[in-house]
Design a protein around this ligand. Structure first.
Ligand code: FES
Length: 319
């Protein structure tokens, strides 16, 4: 099925913090954009063959704009650098319709939003939604310093500003995030959402587990991961296509399949979004993604072919 793309223009562009470009995207004719729920992202077609995902951080109730923030990553494989260089005001750009892999639970008694660095973006949209619902929530924003951090003015002026607490590494210790105190007891019906650098998120999630949070009350979204492509070769059988390919050392399954004409839908190519998921009929995957849960990985019946490999000599996939 061909993905529906939206044509939008960059209405406003602003550099905030050290290296974050904040973009307001809208229709050229000012018409309403498709609705989205807090936590959603869009795929930005940065250049031919270069698609990257960014969380929407505008108010979901405002259909006139999709706002997103993109941190310039010097190690970028083209995505964030491409956005910083190419997305100037007035530029036309193609994006996907919003998709949500990080939705708010509907049964939370209390919600904690813990964003690290640029991981604050989905939390802002969530805060708008929770505020509108009259929900009980707190938004904690952790960063290296005020001068490095984007969205501070927006958060200070937001209708939910009284629920925002900032924590900066280079300021006095009294304002640092006291994780156990903020988390409280996980048995109190609290849902936790975290997004940010992997080390920050792992620390938050480990703290939550220690405080008794159930796994289904811990919600996470990785915005960037390093793909580990190391490991030896193996064979992949595409059962429905009746083709067998050899995946070479350091080569992705995705790439090997493409070479024999089997095209898999992809988006992030980093094991983050789940777009490239295939069913495993036989063999043991070596999961390298951050999309599947530990339980789903243990079941060994699905694999993300953009990044994962095989522990067995052969994988049979339902493609
Ligand atoms: S393309 Fe996003 S997980 Fe594979």
């Amino acid at each position: 099925m061909k993905e529906e793309l939206l044509n939008v223009v960059v209405r406003k562009r602003e550099i905030q913090g050290a290296d974050v470009v904040v973009l307001d995207l809208g229709r050229a004719d000012g018409a309403a954009l498709p609705a989205f729920d807090a936590g959603a992202h869009v795929d930005i077609h940065v250049a031919p063959g270069l698609v990257r995902q960014y969380s929407l951080c505008s108010d979901p109730a405002d259909p006139s704009v999709y706002r997103l923030g993109v941190l310039k990553d010097p190690a970028s494989r083209g995505g964030s650098l491409g956005v910083h260089e190419a997305m100037q005001e007035g530029r036309e750009v193609q994006i996907s319709t919003p998709r949500n892999l990080f939705p708010l639970a509907t049964d939370a008694k209390r919600t904690l939003l813990l964003g690290g660095g640029i991981g604050i973006t989905p939390m802002i949209a969530m805060a708008f939604s929770l505020h509108r619902q009259g929900a009980e929530f707190e938004l904690h924003y952790c960063g290296r310093s005020r001068t490095h951090s984007a969205f501070l003015d927006e958060l200070a002026n937001a209708p939910f500003s009284a629920r925002v607490v900032t924590h900066f590494d280079d300021e006095d210790s009294a304002q640092r995030l006291d994780l156990p105190a903020v988390l409280g007891s996980g048995t109190a019906g609290t849902h936790l959402y975290t997004c940010g650098p992997a080390g920050f998120m792992d620390w938050v999630m480990a703290g939550a587990r220690q405080q008794g949070y159930a796994e289904d009350h811990i919600h996470k979204e990785y915005f960037q991961v390093e793909v580990d492509a190391s490991g030896g070769g193996f064979e992949v059988v595409a059962a429905r296509s009746n083709k067998t390919v050899q995946v070479a050392e350091g080569q992705s399954i995705l790439d090997a399949l493409a070479k024999v004409g089997i095209k898999i839908d992809i988006s992030c190519e980093q094991g983050v979004c789940g777009t490239c998921m295939c069913e495993v009929l036989e063999g043991e995957p070596d999961h390298r993604d951050v999309y599947l849960t530990d339980e789903e990985k243990a079941a060994n019946d699905q694999i993300l072919v953009c990044c994962s490999r095989a522990k067995s000599n052969k994988l049979v996939l339902d493609i």
